[in-house]
Design a protein around this ligand. Structure first.
Ligand code: SAM
Length: 236
């Protein structure tokens, strides 16, 4: 249970410089990518070097698993710091060292997302191989539901993208149906996202997570569905 967890009362109360100390000097900001139920962190680790200026946060409810990700990031930062840079920094300055842009919190994302992320702050929100909660009476425990979609729309910036992938077809249909029905989201195809230069994100979504690799090893199917947070004409 998450009763013992401490949560920031609002995004203003989060000290992001603790998560991204190397960015503190250049003006700290809240993360732009969020991986909900990040598990062992495979997506974050894959994306971090591809977007060195983009701050990314994983949210994971399991204590040991979030601790594992935290240790993994610390080790990657330490290893990278002890290695000479691959190239000389350019005149305009370069991003802080590798993996400085990625962090994790232990949090129940179904309850506290708006406590971490300001309104319209996220460019990407990932739900990769979420727990399926097969039984109908447990569907309210699913990470995609009408109530939660309002929160996801709130934290995403217009134009931001929700990425979902699962090996459970029933859950795929469920997530698609709910996102489709929600007025602030519209379906966006993989081809369109690739044409916008998001191919490396999609490759990581398909292949980089621990759960995705397990499905691959077992030769299971994967279903992807992506949605864009649209600009509302009349929004309060
Ligand atoms: N996304 C990872 C991957 O693809 O390898 C992990 C997938 S795993 C099946 C689902 C993860 O979501 C688990 O690590 C679980 O602890 C986490 N989780 C479930 N409910 C959560 C919640 N409400 N908030 C944060 N994490 C949650």
């Amino acid at each position: 249970s998450d009763h013992a967890l401490a949560y920031p009362c609002s995004p203003d109360a989060v000290d992001w410089s603790v998560h991204y100390p190397a960015f503190a000097a250049s003006g700290i900001r809240s993360p732009a990518f969020a991986d909900v139920g990040c598990g062992f962190g495979g997506l974050l680790i894959a994306l971090a070097p591809l977007f060195p200026d983009t701050l990314m946060l994983g949210l994971e409810i399991r204590v040991q698993v979030s601790q594992y990700v935290q240790d993994r990031i610390a080790a990657l930062r330490a290893t990278s710091a002890s290695q000479p840079p691959a190239s000389e920094p350019s005149a305009g300055g370069s991003a802080p060292g590798p993996y400085q842009n990625v962090s994790v919190v232990r949090a129940n994302a179904m309850k506290f997302l708006p406590n971490y992320f300001p309104k319209h702050s996220l460019a990407a929100l990932f739900f990769l191989f979420p727990d399926p909660h097969f039984k109908a009476r447990k569907h309210k425990a699913r990470i995609i539901s009408p109530t939660l979609l309002a929160e996801y729309a709130y934290v995403l910036q217009p134009g931001g993208v929700v990425y979902t992938i699962t090996d459970v077809n029933d859950l795929h249909e469920w997530m698609k149906a709910h996102l489709q029905a929600f007025p602030l989201f519209e379906s966006v195809s993989e081809d369109v996202l690739r044409s916008e230069g998001k191919g490396n994100i999609l490759d990581a979504v398909w292949n980089s997570t621990e759960e995705g690799k397990k499905v691959q090893r077992n030769k299971g199917d994967k279903w992807l569905a992506c949605f864009r947070r649209i600009e509302a004409h009349r929004e309060a």
